[in-house]
Ligand binder design. Sequence first.
Ligand code: CA
Length: 224
Amino acid sequence: MTRLLLVEDDAALVRTLSISLEARGFEVEATGQGNRATALARAHPPEVAIIDLGLPDTDGINVVRALRTWSDLPILILSAREAQEEKVAALDAGADDYVTKPFGMDELLARLRAALRRTTPEPAPAVVRAGQLTIDVATRRVERAGGTVHLTPTEWNLLEVLVRATGALVTHRDLLQAVWGPQYADETNYLRVYMAQLRRKLEEHPSAPRHLITEPGVGYRFEP
Ligand code: CA
């Protein structure tokens, strides 16, 4: 059982999530009060947390901040579609990823698995297969539909960071720092240019990508 702290004030959603999560091996402790959440987490440290941003007594971002002062656990936030700035603020405060309401259970579980992989990493697979793509991380070779794709070193570095985090959100800042270096953390235009190049080389329909997914205003993720 994986201990999960659920901080959400919508009682119907808590019921639905608890049933689904418990059926998949999570032990769920739920509260609708942000201020209660930190005390609960201290009493029974969870292995992963799901935190709604809109809580009655405090902002979910404050709960993220409070947990991050003493815990490195994976944190997933739930947010409304229009709350773009809130999402960015929550990620800056230390959340790992977000799910936008309304969401499907499959999406939530995929994000949870990706977030949990960060703290309990499995050995990265040497070869990643995604649709028509075969990406050999060890030898830095990419094939699409059986044909070799030539990537520049920068394109490869960008792809590698995303593939190593398959399914997980990688923020603009983290990508820029990993590929270009700390002094480039704000150069999001680099990402737009190189992501467009990668999509032209790797995606069947570059304007409707299946694998190299944009999270608007936040970052990118690689979906297998
Ligand atoms: Ca709420």
